[in-house]
Write a protein that binds this ligand. Structure first.
Ligand SMILES: Cc1ncc(COP(=O)(O)O)c(C=O)c1O
Length: 247
């Protein structure tokens, strides 16, 4: 049971796990970590249904309410009405929404769910290869990998130490792309998006720490079908780029 009444945005965290100490058994993210945990199954996530996601909780009444509200507040969904055991009759019992997962998406999701841990392990192997292979590159700061966490490795973000490089982050990403390596950048802070700048007058200096961090961030490619050779090439090209552009 979870004592918290908070809900968690765990969009990136499937199927991450944690344990209170290295001797304790693993607990999945969402298992007792919040009253409701929401995971995204959007196309670029660790498992996907194309669009959609999953909310987990251990309160059956809340689960029933979410199910009801996700499909028009209807007392019976199509399976309950048209399958052998079902009844044609249904009632609207609440002013619901229309954000149910489609059966076609769920069919994808069931297969992906069964492979989730296998795919997480593969991403972890790639991450461990990066952590070992890049440990000596002093122009980059690697993500933490504590022993009491199983990371989902949806992304592998690193922070550039710009004071040790002659090029900025954008040039760095361009150089990697020229080598055919799909580097990306995530998490542009809200205050640097045009809507917020125009609506609230926010400027880069409004949130100086987020601005500075953003200018250092890059994400290395990481995905379950990535080969060892592909990961090794990322390490080689990145190491070489840092060496050639060292201050
Ligand atoms: C932290 C976070 N929350 C929520 C979402 C939205 O997820 P979805 O695309 O499934 O609506 C994302 C998408 O990447 C995310 O990164």
């Amino acid at each position: 049971m979870c004592s918290s009444d908070l809900s968690t945005d765990a969009a990136h965290a499937f199927p991450a796990a944690w344990r209170p100490s290295v001797e304790a058994p693993w607990q999945r993210c969402g298992q007792g970590t919040a009253a409701v945990s929401c995971f995204s199954f959007y196309a670029n996530k660790t498992i996907t249904t194309g669009e959609g996601g999953m909310a987990v909780m251990d309160d059956p009444d809340l689960a029933a309410r979410m199910k009801l509200m996700s499909l028009h507040g209807m007392s019976r969904d199509a399976w309950d009405r048209y399958s052998g055991e079902g009844s044609w009759d249904y009632r609207i019992v609440a002013p619901g929404y229309k954000y149910n997962m489609t059966d076609v998406a769920a069919a994808l999701g069931i297969v992906q769910l069964a492979r989730a841990e296998e795919m997480r392990r593969r991403r972890d192997e790639i991450a461990q290869r990066y952590l070992r292979g890049l440990a000596g590159v002093n122009a980059i700061e690697l993500p933490p990998d504590p022993k009491d966490r199983l990371h989902s490795w949806h992304l592998f973000p690193v922070r550039l130490r710009l004071e040790r490089l002659r090029i900025d982050r954008n040039a760095f990403v361009e150089e990697m792309r020229k080598e055919g390596i799909g580097f990306s950048v995530h998490w542009r802070p809200l205050h640097l998006h045009p809507y917020y700048t125009e609506t609230f007058g926010w400027q880069p200096e409004s949130c100086p720490i987020a601005t500075a961090l953003w200018q250092r961030l890059v994400s290395l490619p990481i995905f379950a079908s990535q080969t060892d050779a592909e990961a090794s090439r990322v390490i080689e090209v990145l190491t070489d780029l840092c060496r050639r552009n060292a201050v």
